[in-house]
Design a protein around this ligand. Structure first.
Ligand code: PEP
Length: 257
């Protein structure tokens, strides 16, 4: 049986400038007892303008956090005004990059094809993609949840080797639960994450499927984290709103009690 260390990721979205970011990370670190990090990994995904400050803070004070980004382009460099290269993120010792978040797909028109190119670009620079998938409420009610989510997984993992898939992270995030205060029941979240793992098993093999970490995301808070995180196919959480509040995020991180 493979042991998968849970990964709790804080996606700050477009919140907190670099001064606020430093204070938030310092407070969070103060609130979480050191031994908690023996059983859980925590990544912080601030806006691009904060990343260098948070990198310096984590490295100079040897904090138990991994540095993450919320998105990147798939090209190394070029005429892409406003975009950020995966090469630049790698230079800042970024470990995780969120890829294909539903807000990027819906608001900025990211397609499965673009997400696939980003996954490959992130891996090329030896960072770990957090590949997001999830269905809308209409898709769920129409019985299309699995088709949508598993289709996103199939597209996002195209051309990725089994060894690479084994080390990456998938975030199942029902779109209707993101930022709405509505959470999937632990049972529904488990069923969806099990289906995602089943898809990886079909595309790769048993060892790969047993290694890949699958997060649940969608209004995770201190109160619902213990039940969600105790599900066999849920290996952590992608947390938006609650990650902006160090007290609440510290409770999520300490889901195991
Ligand atoms: C997210 O940003 O991916 C997310 C799940 O947000 P929230 O926790 O606020 O629902």
């Amino acid at each position: 049986m493979t042991t998968r260390t849970p990964l709790i990721s804080g996606n700050w979205k477009m919140n907190l400038n670099h001064f606020e970011a430093i204070q938030t990370v310092q407070k969070l670190h103060y609130l979480v007892p050191k031994q908690v990090f023996e059983g859980v990994e925590v990544s912080i995904h601030p806006p691009f303008t904060d990343i260098r400050s948070i990198q310096t803070l984590i490295e100079s004070e040897d904090l138990d956090f991994s540095l993450g980004a919320q998105h990147c382009h798939f090209e190394d460099s070029g005429a892409f005004t406003g975009e950020v290269s995966p090469a630049f993120l790698a230079k800042l010792n970024t470990k995780y990059v969120i890829c294909g978040h539903s807000e990027r797909r819906e608001v900025f028109g990211e397609t499965d094809e673009m997400v696939s190119k980003k996954v490959l670009a992130i891996l090329k620079y030896e960072m770990t993609p957090i590949l997001c998938c999830g269905e809308t409420l209409d898709e769920r009610e129409a019985g299309d949840m699995e088709a949508k989510v598993l289709g996103q997984i199939e597209a996002g993992l195209a051309g990725v080797s089994n060894e690479q898939i084994a080390s990456l992270v998938i975030a199942y995030e029902p779109i209707w639960a993101i930022g709405t205060g509505k959470t999937a029941t632990a049972e529904d979240a488990q069923a969806a994450c099990a289906a995602v793992r089943g898809k990886v098993r079909e595309m790769a093999d048993d060892a790969t499927a047993d290694s890949v970490r699958i997060q649940y995301g969608g209004s995770v808070k201190g109160g619902n984290a213990p039940e969600l995180m105790s599900q066999p196919d849920i290996d952590g959480a992608l947390v938006g709103g609650a990650s902006l509040d160090p007290d609440e995020f510290a409770r999520v991180i300490q889901f195991a009690g």
